[in-house]
Design a protein around this ligand. Structure first.
Ligand SMILES: [Zn+2]
Length: 176
């Protein structure tokens, strides 16, 4: 992770959906998400299109309801473990929405968002876990991370990702 918050090994796809973090903000939380577009479909350009405001509302019935969203994450880990980056980590990506962690609201202010291409209904690909662990290690070298949480943990009742198939014990083992 370089000084500007870019991961050199990632494919960078610029998202306009970010802004500056609050002054003096410490980046100490990683938020794990899961996403697939269309839902349950992997490998297509839907997520990139959503994060770059290029989603065609006519391309899939589901897209009509989400194409207007202005969202992003810092990173996306595809099913094959390849990492894409949309926002430099020193900037505030719009991934968490209404959220709270450790008594602090607006987790976007102080977190880094990592999306895994996946869903609530099927296992993640084995290739995604080592890629995630490697990414987390790179982030930890650059930012004083103290917690890793799921989107479901910071927005309970509103969000379920990364879902029941995300293997938290495996991630913990890989980070050991
Ligand atoms: Zn999420």
């Amino acid at each position: 992770m370089d000084a500007e918050g870019f991961l050199p090994d990632a494919r960078f796809v610029a998202s306009p959906n970010f802004d500056a973090r609050p002054a003096g903000c410490t980046i100490d939380l990683i938020v794990i998400h899961a996403i697939s577009l269309p839902p349950e479909c992997f490998g297509g350009p839907g997520v990139e299109q959503l994060f770059t405001n290029c989603l065609d509302p006519l391309a899939h019935p589901y897209y009509a309801g989400i194409h207007h969203l202005r969202v992003s994450s810092h990173f996306l880990i595809r099913r094959d473990g390849c990492i894409e980056q949309f926002v430099p980590t020193i900037q505030r990506a719009w991934h968490a929405g209404v959220s709270s962690w450790g008594g602090r609201e607006r987790c976007n202010d102080f977190s880094i968002g990592i999306e895994l291409e996946g869903s609530d209904t099927q296992p993640f690909d084995a290739a995604q876990y080592p890629a995630l662990a490697e990414l987390i290690r790179a982030i930890v070298r650059r930012h004083p991370i103290s917690d890793i949480a799921g989107h479901c943990d910071i927005a309970p009742g509103r969000k379920t990702d990364p879902g029941p198939f995300f293997d938290w014990p495996l991630l913990a083992t890989l980070l050991r």
